[in-house]
Design a protein around this ligand. Structure first.
Ligand SMILES: *Cc1c(COP(=O)(O)O)cnc(C)c1O
Length: 479
């Protein structure tokens, strides 16, 4: 390959061949990913053996490097878009958005400020507006920003909440979240400089929803102590069980107490596109800020999170800095510089994939996919309930269901149940049949499925359950 080494460029023919080979590989992956084993597991020693070397000073044949990467690198990741990737929150993705990302990267579009790319800024304004409308936030005063993911969206929200409610003195500030709140919020709280004593973890009820009474008591007590409650984080779709905190009640408390109401709807928020989901997410539009994660249930490839805010001025007021070297590109107010609305200055063009996929498929396709996922989760619950081998631990909520192997003929002890379910998960993963790990609920080890992939079928689930049962029987035979 005739690459010009001093300018890091390739000839037209070489670019064409190289690019085509990559595109072919991606298309092939989309066509057959459902048939590949979903799980990849390797030790550090395995990986070192394969890849360890000094940074090479000298060039190699481009095609050989690419062939090596396609063969050895791209094959050693868990396929989070696989129909049998049930664990964590999967990433079903879609081809249009993958290509949109390729375009954005290929053109290396700077999506920081209006002057750098008016069209990128406009598409971000536009698609954020679509989302504001979907979530029932005001489109005139509201706003938001695309981030790398839900963690960054939560951090952006909490920086804003702290700044708007507390200003520069947050030594007495107190924040409230539940024991089911996603760990990224605790990380964010640490990043914004709050101490452990400024965090209240409110217990949840049997349904894993924040206990309103306990929240009220905590706020009242903190006020008596002269502290300054400033923010409540509600969750709309906990990662563990899909539970939704009582959003209306939380909104009411926040209004009365003048607290910032942040809702982490990173995984669950997308359900608002379906009729049923919209009903169960009632109250979400009362938030001051909402985290959603398009790289989960809006089917976007990584990385794409989003923070929506009721009042866009709060973002601008929190993040605007005016260094000298940006003075020529400030522009007028309606021409948003997203570097003034969040943490990053240089940003990739994330809005493009959201824009292109929704334009291409239509929002209704997204609604139908999400509807399908909600129904699939309910059908899975029904199958598990009917079986003498399985026990439902938490009912279908959004797209999450928790269950465990517990054959009624056996009357196993809690300890045995923990062991057998851990064993089942270990075997199904080791044999690369499904990505199915455990979680712990009320002290019990259980299996958890998050069914947000529209290509997962009921047959996939039945097959996995049967394989799991077989491992259960295998374990019983050993004791
Ligand atoms: C996934 C998730 C996050 C974190 O989002 P990332 O995109 O992984 O950074 C935060 N909160 C909830 C509820 C989530 O499900």
């Amino acid at each position: 390959m005739d690459n010009n080494r001093n300018t890091l460029t390739l000839s037209k023919q070489d670019m064409f061949e190289y690019g085509s080979q990559i595109l072919d590989a991606v298309i092939e992956h989309f066509l057959i990913q459902d048939k590949k084993p979903p799980v990849a597991m390797a030790t550090r020693v395995d990986m070192d053996k394969m890849f360890l070397e000094e940074a090479p000073e000298h060039p190699a044949n481009a095609k050989e490097v690419l062939d090596f990467v396609l063969k050895e690198v791209m094959t050693k990741s868990t396929i989070v878009s696989h129909p049998k990737a049930y664990s964590f929150v999967p990433g079903p993705s879609n081809f249009i958005s993958a290509m949109a990302d390729t375009l954005a990267t290929g053109f290396n579009t700077f999506s920081g400020g209006w002057a750098g790319s008016p069209a990128a800024a406009e598409l971000e304004i536009l698609t954020i507006n679509w989302l504001l409308k979907i979530f029932g936030l005001p489109t005139k005063s509201g706003g938001g920003i695309f981030t790398s993911g839900g963690s960054m969206a939560n951090l952006t929200a909490l920086v804003t909440a702290r700044n708007i409610i507390c200003g520069s003195d947050f030594s007495k500030a107190v924040i409230y979240l539940s024991d089911q709140t996603h760990s990224s919020n605790i990380k964010a709280i640490r990043v914004i400089g709050l101490k452990k004593e400024q965090i209240r973890i409110i217990p949840t009820n049997m349904e894993f929803e924040m206990a309103i009474n306990k929240l009220k008591s905590a706020i009242a007590k903190d006020k008596l102590l002269g502290l300054k409650p400033f923010c409540v984080i509600g969750t709309a779709g906990t990662t563990n069980t899909g539970a939704i905190d009582p959003l209306d009640a939380l909104a009411k408390i926040c209004k009365e107490e003048k607290l910032w109401f942040h809702i982490d709807a990173a995984y669950g928020g997308a359900a608002i596109l379906s009729k049923n989901g919209k009903k169960i997410l009632k109250g979400i539009s009362k938030a001051d800020s909402i985290t959603v994660d398009p790289h989960k249930w809006f089917f976007q490839p990584y990385e794409m999170g989003c923070l929506l805010v009721r009042n866009n001025k709060n973002l601008r007021g929190t993040f605007t800095e005016k260094p000298e070297y940006l003075r020529d590109v400030e522009g007028n107010k309606s021409e948003i510089n997203f570097y003034d609305h969040g943490i990053q200055l240089t940003r990739r063009f994330r809005a493009l994939k959201f824009y292109m996929s929704i334009k291409t498929f239509g929002l209704n396709a997204f609604r139908e996919a999400i509807d399908y996922n909600l129904t699939l989760t309910e059908k899975t619950e029904a199958i598990i309930r009917k079986s003498p081998n399985w026990e439902v631990i938490t009912s279908a909520s959004l797209a999450v269901i928790n269950f465990r192997y517990n054959p009624i003929s056996q009357s196993l002890t809690e300890k045995q149940l923990d062991t057998v379910n851990q064993y089942i998960s270990g075997e199904i993963m080791k044999n690369r049949q499904a990505l199915l790990v455990t979680t712990v609920l009320h002290g019990q080890i259980v299996l958890r499925m998050c069914l947000i992939n529209p290509r997962t079928t009921l047959d996939d689930i039945k097959e996995t359950l049967n394989q799991c049962s077989d491992y259960g029987i295998e374990w019983l035979e050993k004791i």
